[in-house]
Design a protein around this ligand. Structure first.
Ligand code: SF4
Length: 104
């Protein structure tokens, strides 16, 4: 009985160790997303492209069409919420800027 318990313990320990890299990967992705500071809409970079955190606020912009949002733009990275045009920041998935381009 003691041998079976030890075997179960060892098996469970090995499974736990095997799962560590997966957990670490998930944590590092989360940590990376949190490391990118949110783009400040009032910053000069954001204002240069008329970035807004809520796409509906762009409804009066001539380039905006309903349904356009950062999270369906080809420059958006869903894992990091980053944008290729603002590489040092993350952007609101529901945001928008005048460089919005449909995903391929
Ligand atoms: S380029 Fe796309 S993802 Fe980046 S801020 Fe503009 S709409 Fe959002």
């Amino acid at each position: 009985m003691a041998n079976k318990s030890r075997r179960d313990f060892m098996r469970n320990s090995m499974l736990g160790l095997a799962a560590l890299p997966l957990g670490a990967g998930i944590l590092s992705k989360t940590a990376f997303a949190q490391e990118l500071p949110r783009l400040d809409p009032s910053s000069s970079n954001a204002q240069a492209l008329n970035y807004v955190e809520d796409a509906s606020e762009a409804s009066d912009h001539p380039a905006y069409e309903e349904g356009e949002r950062c999270d369906n733009c080809m420059f958006f990275n869903a894992e990091t919420q980053g944008c290729q045009l603002f590489p040092e920041n993350s952007v609101e998935p529901a945001g928008w800027c005048q460089s919005w381009t449909a995903q391929a």
